[in-house]
Design a protein around this ligand. Structure first.
Ligand code: GLA
Length: 390
């Protein structure tokens, strides 16, 4: 569906639901990380890329201080009062919208203007491409359009993260919201999660980014994600005995870590080693990505995957099957996990002219192995959040 058809469909649905045409349009994209698993909450680096899959909100301002929100993707919407924002149990997806309104108010923005809103997303839900962050950021943009205030995109990302951490209750880092707010068309972004600066990194021609969705269940609110965070924090606390100045794993070099690795409990040491090595791989990728050295890319991605599987232990049988399928496919240059792991999407770099053969092979091999039909598709870097231009 092209943008115009999408808009037409949303206008018709909006009119049917709310009895008038929408006046304002916001959008926010999903993202995929090309390197840097679980480095964000360790204040490290991530090579992130927005994808050309996004979430749109069509809206019409209201003057009664209420927000009514519905979706073309998910049944059940809801209405809430901006003067008294509470989480919804019947339609939990609306909590991303409620949470952003709440976080904006917490930041001192009291003059929010409510709206009737209809959401439509082309980001598959719960697959690790940041569908939640895209809804949060599209909501923040919409509140800016209806209200009388301006946020810079980094502030917006921080408030959306606060919504997710403190209202929805998922203790995520800044990666997803930052990427959605700040992404750039046609290049990846090297993000520094400590000072929240980023700069574009061109992707060499001949490298195509292909998402390989295992379509295996994953749930970020599950205990594993929080457990990894706690283990990293414990590592920092123990390493501070040797390096009092460190604040996060970002501050520890590999030689420094190796010198005292033995002093850490085995599991904590594995988690720390992965993060410290992965952080360096992000910086290495920033050097390689613009030139596209296939051997170096393949080695870097393979090392990231091996670490995710053996040290950080965020793999799942479906991910192992997907790796096998990706690595044996025609045209593959490099392949690794993406997002939080534990299922969800993975990512491959594929050579020009090979995408269709690659996708066919991956689907056949993966399905034969797991019985699950995967979803395999190429993505390109898209602009960060804003108004819908169509
Ligand atoms: C999820 C979280 C991010 C980040 C990644 C892992 O996507 O929302 O903050 O921690 O996992 O890199």
């Amino acid at each position: 569906m092209n943008d115009q058809a999408r808009k037409t469909k949303m206008i018709a649905a909006f009119e049917e639901r709310f009895g008038a045409a929408p006046e304002l349009w916001s959008r926010a994209p999903g993202r995929v990380d090309l390197m840097g698993s679980h480095t964000d909450y360790n204040m490290g680096f991530v090579m992130t890329m927005t994808v050309d899959r996004d979430t749109w909100i069509a809206a019409r301002p209201r003057d009664d201080g209420k927000v009514a929100i519905a979706s073309l993707n998910v049944a059940g919407g809801g209405e809430f009062d901006l003067a008294h924002i509470t989480p919804a149990e019947d339609a939990p997806w609306t909590n991303y919208v409620r949470g952003v309104a709440w976080a904006l108010q917490q930041a001192g923005i009291q003059n929010l203007v409510g709206f009737d809103g209809l959401v439509h997303s082309t980001i598959p839900f719960g697959s690790g491409l940041s569908s939640s962050a895209a809804l949060e950021i599209a909501t923040a943009v919409m509140f800016q359009l209806t209200g009388d205030f301006e946020l810079d995109p980094v502030e917006m990302a921080l408030l959306a993260q606060k919504a997710e951490n403190d209202f929805v209750g998922v203790n995520c880092g800044i990666l997803d919201q930052y990427s959605s707010a700040m992404g750039q068309a046609a290049s990846a972004l090297l993000l520094d999660c400590r000072d929240l600066s980023s700069h574009p990194v061109p992707i060499a021609s001949g490298l195509n980014v292909v998402i390989c969705d295992t379509r295996a269940q994953r749930n970020l609110a599950g205990s594993e994600y929080g457990e990894r965070r706690t283990q990293c924090e414990e590592g920092v606390r123990l390493l501070q005995a040797f390096y009092p100045d460190i604040r996060a794993l970002r501050d520890v070099s590999l030689p420094q870590f190796a010198a005292h690795e033995q002093a850490l409990p085995e599991v904590v040491a594995k988690r720390c080693r992965f993060v410290i090595e992965e952080n360096q791989r992000v910086l290495d990728l920033a050097e390689i990505l613009p030139y596209g050295d296939a051997t170096a890319l393949s080695e870097l991605f393979a090392a990231s995957w091996a670490g995710a599987r053996d040290l950080y232990e965020i793999s799942a049988p479906a991910m192992e099957a997907m790796m096998k399928a990706m690595l044996s496919a025609p045209g593959v240059i490099a392949a690794r996990q993406a997002g939080a792991g534990f299922g969800g999407c993975m990512v491959a770099l594929v050579g020009d002219g090979a995408i269709d053969d690659f996708a066919r092979h991956v689907a056949a091999v993966y399905q034969a192995d797991t019985g699950i039909h995967p979803s395999v598709y190429a993505v390109v870097a898209a602009a960060g959040a804003g108004v819908v231009e169509a």
